[in-house]
Ligand binder design. Structure first.
Ligand code: PMP
Length: 430
């Protein structure tokens, strides 16, 4: 198929008629499909069902250190849970604190604490005239929602295939003292599936921020979420790299088992320097007497150690891989060569990021919805929900069944084609 731009108006109109007829046919079927959120499917959740059996009324509920996990106590997590999550996120166990079930919750708390209490003795951010965050784009909507909620001004930093544009990051943090942080999803990023290159991580660790309380918010949500056994991305461990570079306190690293065990009932953690952890513990002491230790115990007894977890992730990959491949194949077969969209083939994570022709994303998402397919709102991958080019669409292939996915992909590519034809014809008229 020729690129749409190469086709005459007549050819495009004829093609449009044919595509519109196919679209109406699909629409009549009254499908209800959802490719909007990165949720594991029921089949993936079933993989960890046996976790429900590892604790019962007969079980010894004392952790390794002899503490009764049913009772109050242990602010920062039981030892074996720290060891498991530390291995998962590649840091020493002494650099980690276990929280509740959600890493997003820890990120919210962290920003909240910086706002009200500052960082290691700095002025609370809420007392400053201006607080800014750098936001690599496209990125994760819930990160942007947190910073927006606290009135932090967000600055877009374009992503490259190696991670955020580091020239821009270095310049902004060096020149502007009001830049206090940056959101990063360094491995199999949401939504592009990009892993930061070695050089990018090294440059992060060597940033020279004007603000001493600048922090990198390193959300390693997809650290072990590979799709392939033989093609895996590697990420330099940031905490160690920051220490090596003489910036030990510059990073907060987050992780959770949300997409390892259960998103509703996983275990989440923060990793940071000793100084940062001490400050976090000071506020935790006020916040809680301790998080859910039975759930920590359940996770450790189920996975046993990092090897158990890695084996478990292979089962997730076996379910996810065909889904990603079905969508990618659909995009390639139907849109390859048409020059109306581009996408990246990820090796892990939960998303495929699609870039439509400029000014088309909102219309594509709306068109797909007409035929019963819900996509993530166009714009959601940008701060304030504003994609300046109205181009990026996040595709989440994990939740639908294989059969639903193939229909969903058909609807999506039909929508892309129809909207792109309209756009080309409108541009030519203009
Ligand atoms: N970070 C990223 C990048 C995510 O994609 C998600 C889930 N979509 C989360 C955090 C949420 O993590 P949790 O369930 O641990 O709160």
């Amino acid at each position: 198929m020729a690129a749409y731009e190469q086709m005459s108006n007549e050819e495009l109109l004829t093609l449009k008629q044919d595509l519109e007829a196919r679209f109406q046919e699909v629409k009549r079927k009254g499908y209800k499909l959802d490719m909007s959120r990165g949720k594991p499917s029921a089949a993936q959740l079933d993989l960890a069902m046996k976790m429900m059996d590892v604790l019962n009324s007969e079980t010894d509920l004392k952790c390794k250190e002899g503490i009764d996990c049913r009772n109050y106590g242990v602010l920062d997590g039981i030892k074996e849970a720290k060891e498991l999550l530390a291995d998962m996120t590649e840091v020493p166990a002494e650099n980690i604190i276990i929280f509740g079930n959600s890493s997003l919750n820890i990120m919210f708390d962290t920003i909240s604490r910086c706002m009200t209490h500052g960082v290691l003795g700095s002025t609370p951010w809420c007392k400053l005239d201006k607080v800014k965050f750098l936001c690599p784009v496209p990125g994760y909507d819930r990160h942007f929602a947190i910073t927006e909620y606290f009135g932090i001004e967000m600055i877009n930093v374009p992503m490259t295939v190696e991670g955020p544009d580091m020239d821009m990051v270095e310049r902004l943090v060096r020149e502007d003292e009001s830049v206090k942080g940056i959101w990063c999803v360094p491995k199999y990023s949401n939504p592009q599936g990009i892993t930061y290159s070695d050089e990018t991580v090294r440059r992060f660790a060597r940033l020279q921020p004007a603000a001493p309380d600048f922090r990198i918010f390193w959300d390693n949500a997809y650290g072990i979420h590979h799709l392939y056994e033989d093609k895996q991305d590697n990420l330099i461990e940031i905490l160690m790299e920051c220490e090596r570079a003489g910036n030990p306190d510059m990073v907060f690293k987050f992780c959770s088992t949300s997409k390892v065990s259960f998103p509703g009932s996983g275990v989440a953690a923060i990793a940071a320097s000793k100084a940062n952890l001490a400050e976090i513990k000071r506020y935790m002491t006020i916040q809680t007497i301790g998080h859910d230790k039975l759930n920590q115990l359940r996770h450790v007894r189920f996975f046993k150690d990092i090897h158990g977890m890695v084996e478990h992730m292979k089962k997730h990959a076996d379910i996810l891989r065909p889904k990603f491949e079905a969508v990618l194949q659909g995009l390639e077969t139907e849109l390859g060569g048409l020059e109306i969209g581009s996408w990246i083939k990820p090796r892990g994570g939960y998303f495929i990021s699609f870039d439509a022709m400029e000014g088309c994303a909102k219309a594509i998402v709306a068109k797909a919805k007409e035929a019963g397919l819900v996509m993530t709102d166009a714009g959601a991958t940008y701060p304030y929900g504003k994609d300046p080019k109205d181009s990026n669409i996040r595709i989440a292939p994990s939740y639908p069944t294989q059969e639903e996915l193939s229909i969903a992909t058909d609807i999506f590519v039909l929508s892309v084609k129809l909207v792109s034809i309209d756009k080309i014809l409108a541009d030519r008229r203009a």
